[in-house]
Design a protein around this ligand. Structure first.
Ligand code: H79
Length: 593
């Protein structure tokens, strides 16, 4: 990689700031309407079945913003590419002129769908209209669409719908209902910088949004998802202008971004993976592969395939779906780094897809070596153990599993492995090396009901309590969440760019006392501030500059007293506004001398 990890993380920081949004990530309040009105739970389950089994979809952000591709008047405009008109305060007439260069002659919808299918994705959601108001279809409500405003002059959604049918993928449309910077009245919610945007939001909804949503729900055959975006200023009355249109597609699934008190079928954490799943509520993490949704020519911040695969696994282990984005160019090309990554994910999925599709959330709390997904049958449960960190001693402990098991197998080659019940849980004898360093999957079949005792990590013989990165729960109150990644050969928390994101560990203390709090940190920031809280005590702490995002140093942060034996939680939270990204490999509580 040509850019430093530091840069990589810094620009993700920007992304974190971007994703802080207007309640997008807020959990559904209980007063909200979930699902479709007048639907039984059984009907709802039937409607959601394919989606719950799919686990993996492709998001496509494509529009006129791919023409400036992040640069306006010779200046690189910060933030996400599809927001360039807003961030650059580009006048309506000037922005509209970009459409004359939107000529995707290399657009090959069949190839796009095949790429998604080969990646193991089961559905595609494409921006039929983003906040710039530009429609990728021939709208009768406006000339601001691909047919009337571009030299290409053809509807691009119809051939995509056709290709999806041909290859058996489900299709969904993203539609930005409350923001539209090019039609009068549509820019009330997202800012306003050109008198051409003046107008009334209700009139915009009546004249543009309502007819367009009717068009996309009517003209492309069966549609599986309608993905609303940004509920800003969407009152109940406004939402109800659009809601009845869903009857045009009876089985359709919608997200929680319509607004007006309608929670839809799923929640939509953006650019982050929730710490735990949300039982009873379907959810989907949408995420970019670099730092932008819409194409930016100079964003080379690509997440490694390892991160993308482990994200998919992490999400599946929490019962959610992964909607992974590509931003095609104005010529109609998916950027090669995205293609490569999708192909690499596809290779893994071909071998390991059984451990993803139609699985449900892990029955374990945090696992030090990776993740677990499961399939529950009538008489037995299949556990898929996703091993990210291969055990050096050849023994994989499945902590707290009490069911009797004697055998496991490697998913990739069916090799049988011995398994033994021990007081700590089931121990599986594994080969010296993983089959896939990203994630080797071990299949464990368990008869009868799962019997799992929650076991928390506990102190070593000398009283030391180690809290390594993979055992941390990540939390984010809006914005991106930190992620565990391989840094210098060891699992560490990276991408911690968001000062509203924090970590926690749960563990058990058998021998209380006074402990030195040590942290293994790498950062190039000089005064990143955070707070550690454990057993009712708080430590204000500051990370030292280690000179490199890959150079870890163990630092003593202070002393805490844990007075009582029992279950404990330690949290580490950034001090808002005084935080710069740090990478964190572990926290260790060491009995004070
Ligand atoms: O389509 C993608 C984003 O464009 C869209 N949702 C995903 C799927 C999205 N719209 N709004 N937001 C996400 C959140 C709002 C971010 C903002 Fe900002 C932060 C608006 C103002 C501050 C980013 C930074 C845009 C302008 C400045």
């Amino acid at each position: 990689m040509s850019f430093s990890p530091c840069l990589r993380r810094m620009s993700l920081g920007l992304l974190g700031a971007i994703a802080l949004s207007l309640g997008l990530a807020a959990p559904a309040a209980s007063a909200e309407v979930v699902g479709r009105p007048n639907e039984t739970p059984e009907q709802r389950d039937a409607r959601m079945k394919w989606w719950r089994e799919a686990r993996f979809g492709l998001f496509i952000h494509w529009g006129v913003y791919a023409v400036p591709a992040g640069t306006y008047n010779g200046q690189q405009i910060g933030g996400i590419g599809e927001w360039i008109m807003n961030r650059g305060k580009i006048p309506v007439a000037e922005y509209k002129a970009f459409a004359r260069q939107f000529n995707p002659v290399r657009y090959d919808p069949d190839a796009w769908v095949r790429l998604a299918k080969e990646a193991g994705m089961k559905y595609i959601v494409i921006t039929s209209k983003h906040h710039d108001g530009f429609a990728l279809f021939d709208s009768k409500a406006t000339d601001w669409d691909v047919v009337d405003a571009t030299p290409y002059g053809k509807d691009v959604l119809a051939p995509l719908a056709e290709a999806c049918r041909k290859h058996g993928l489900r299709l969904g449309f993203y539609y930005s209902q409350a923001q539209d910077w090019n039609h009068p009245g549509g820019a009330a919610a997202g800012g306003h910088w050109d008198p051409a945007q003046d107008g009334d939001m209700d009139a915009y909804l009546r004249n543009i949004a309502v007819p367009q949503v009717r068009e996309i729900l009517s003209n492309y055959g069966k549609l599986s998802v309608l993905w609303w975006d940004t509920p800003t200023d969407m009152t109940k009355e406004r939402a109800e202008m659009l809601l009845p249109l869903l009857d045009l597609q009876p089985g359709i699934i919608t997200n929680n971004r319509l607004g007006g008190g309608y929670a839809g079928d799923l929640s939509t954490p953006e650019q982050r993976i929730p710490a735990t799943g949300t039982p009873g509520r379907d959810w989907e993490t949408c995420m970019t592969m670099n730092g932008t949704w819409g194409y930016k020519s100079y964003d080379h911040n690509w997440k490694p395939t390892e991160t993308l695969i482990r994200n998919l696994v992490d999400i599946a282990s929490k019962g959610g779906n992964y909607l992974l984005n590509v931003g095609p160019t104005a010529l109609g090309e998916i950027p090669p780094p995205s293609v490569e990554r999708l192909q690499e994910i596809g290779k893994w999925m071909k071998v390991n897809g059984d451990s993803i599709y139609a699985t449900t959330a892990s029955p374990f709390s945090r696992l030090a070596w990776g993740r677990c997904t499961k399939k529950v049958g009538d008489e037995r449960t299949t556990l898929y153990l996703h091993v990210f960190e291969w055990p050096a001693d050849g023994k994989l402990l499945v902590p707290g599993l009490r069911n009797n098991v004697r055998r496991a197998r490697l998913l990739a080659n069916d090799e049988r492995l011995d398994a033994t019940n021990t007081p700590e849980g089931v121990v599986i004898d594994v080969p010296a090396k993983p089959l896939d360093p990203i994630d080797t999957v071990i299949v464990l079949r368990v008869r009868g009901e799962l019997d799992i005792e929650k076991v928390l990590p506990t102190q070593a013989d000398d009283g030391t309590m180690a809290l390594p990165a993979p055992l941390a729960e990540t939390h984010s109150e809006g914005g991106s969440s930190p992620q565990v990644e391989d840094i210098g050969g060891k699992a560490s928390i990276g991408y911690w760019t968001n000062d509203r994101a924090w970590l926690s560990w749960q563990f058990k203390i058998a021998r209380p006392g006074t402990f030195d709090v040590l942290a293994e940190i790498a950062t190039t920031a000089s005064a990143s501030k955070f707070e550690i809280a454990v057993a009712g005590e708080k430590l204000a702490a500051q990370a030292p500059n280690t000179g490199d995002y890959r150079k870890f140093e163990t630092v003593m942060l202070g002393r805490v007293r844990i007075a009582n034996a029992g279950d404990c939680e330690l949290t580490i939270k950034p001090v808002r506004g005084q935080w710069s990204p740090i990478n964190l490999r572990s926290i260790v509580l060491k009995p004070a001398q």
